[in-house]
Design a protein around this ligand. Sequence first.
Ligand SMILES: Nc1ncnc2c1ncn2[C@@H]1O[C@H](COP(=O)(O)OP(=O)(O)OP(=O)(O)O)[C@@H](O)[C@H]1O
Length: 313
Amino acid sequence: MIQLRNVSKFFGNGKNAVDDISFTVNDGEIMVLLGTSGCGKTTTLRLINRLLDATSGTVEVNGENVKNIPATSLRKSIGYVLQNNGLFPHYTVMENISTVPQLLNWPKDKTIARCQTLLHKLKLAPEQANSYPHQLSGGQQQRVGLARALAADPPVLLMDEPFGALDPLTRYAVRQEFKSLDELHTKTVVLVTHDIEEAFQLGDRICLMNAGRIQQTGRPAELLFHPANDFVRNFFDSQRTQLELSTLHISDIWDSIPDGYNDNGQTKITADASCWEALSLLSSGRVIAGHKASTKEITGTAIMNGLQTYKTR
Ligand SMILES: Nc1ncnc2c1ncn2[C@@H]1O[C@H](COP(=O)(O)OP(=O)(O)OP(=O)(O)O)[C@@H](O)[C@H]1O
């Protein structure tokens, strides 16, 4: 668990880069720090692993004030992933991934086994263990960066724009793979991005910042449908409809969908599907969904009406 209480950081140039922020990230949770350039996201991340020290306030990791933990041992217990992957160019993939296990004096066979497991989990071929970073694609390098951060199984993972340097298709694929990693269920993750779609795809909760201050912290649906102020409302406007459709599940609008369906060669989905997924499927034929022991036909009109009804609740 990570807890920030009334944390500020002043660099001596006028105003606080981070200004009186407080939030908690629970075990097994991904918290996304979202906001425009210069709003204080990276500074906040660096206050957690003590690359920077707070001017005021307290930062706790697993119940202990980070000021009381020697910086080197703190950083060994925190995985850190950077936008440009930060790999050592003269180390092989295996050597890069082994960095922290070696610092922790793991036996060699345990380190090798862990590297092989991570290569497999991150969809890297076993023979790539002996490649150097420049022999890999950007997506593969970023996967190695993730593997290196996860190698010693740290309870906390800090990620600074980890997918920012990838092209959109690769970015989406690597994000999906990251999200499906079983290891994440036990970790406390803080991820910095300015990409709204990424925040919604990965964040259990989102902390939206502006000019060093938190504007709202909450689940994606809370920020979207119950914005705390005009900044939050306006921040999502350019992608609002797609975000709303991606965030709402068919079950959320179930009561607004008319009863009835024709059992006639259609795609059947569960009500866990997002409205966006259902709309995408509609382009290739009719769609029905099952929920609450009933079945209904899902149409574009039903979804858009359901969305409007949901928003006026
Ligand atoms: N070492 C530093 N010395 C002085 N000012 C700094 C330092 N680091 C950051 N700042 C300032 O603090 C503010 C917040 O910077 P920060 O890098 O945390 O923002 P950010 O939200 O991560 O931005 P970006 O998305 O562009 O990386 C900015 O105004 C920046 O210029």
